[in-house]
Design a protein around this ligand. Structure first.
Ligand SMILES: [Zn+2]
Ligand SMILES: [Zn+2]
Length: 150
């Protein structure tokens, strides 16, 4: 995602209004690595400025996606997640217990991509998105203490 001042410029250039609600949504997304859901963004914006609707949040998120400022990802957690990290190719670690999503950088190129292509038959691969499932730090801690009780 561009900086907030750049986003404001983009909005002005495309004749979109900069409202306090939109600014607050930009703020929540700025440098956000949590991959929040729309509901979570809504809650945070509400706690900052009070006056916002979920509809406005969805509209702004869809706008930002169409302007290539964020990506909407579905990593099988049941809800769409919003990721402002669009400048850097990355993959995702997903916690199967608490649905936390974290970025991971993997170098999938060269030999690995060649191997995928060889096995995909007539299918032409454009890009590879990797989702790695497991348990996050927090859940791992809980899990191991539970296991030792058994
Ligand atoms: Zn977890
Ligand atoms: Zn991400």
């Amino acid at each position: 995602m561009n900086s907030i001042s750049n986003l404001v410029d983009i909005y002005r250039l495309t004749n979109r209004k900069i409202t306090p609600q939109r600014l607050a949504i930009f703020n929540v997304l700025d440098s956000n690595t949590d991959h929040p859901t729309a509901e979570e963004i809504y809650e945070q914006v509400k706690s900052q400025i009070g006056n916002v609707s979920l509809k406005t949040v969805y509209q702004t998120l869809n706008e930002l996606e169409s302007l290539n400022q964020i990506q909407i990802i579905d990593v099988g957690t049941g809800t769409s997640r919003y990721d402002p990290n669009v400048n850097q190719l990355h993959h995702h670690l997903v916690c199967q217990n608490c649905s936390k999503v974290k970025d991971i950088e993997l170098d999938i190129s060269g030999e690995m991509l060649k191997a995928f292509s060889q096995n995909s038959g007539e299918f032409k691969i454009d890009r590879v998105e990797v989702v790695i499932r497991g348990l996050c730090e927090v859940c791992l801690g809980k899990g191991s203490s539970k296991q030792s009780e058994l």
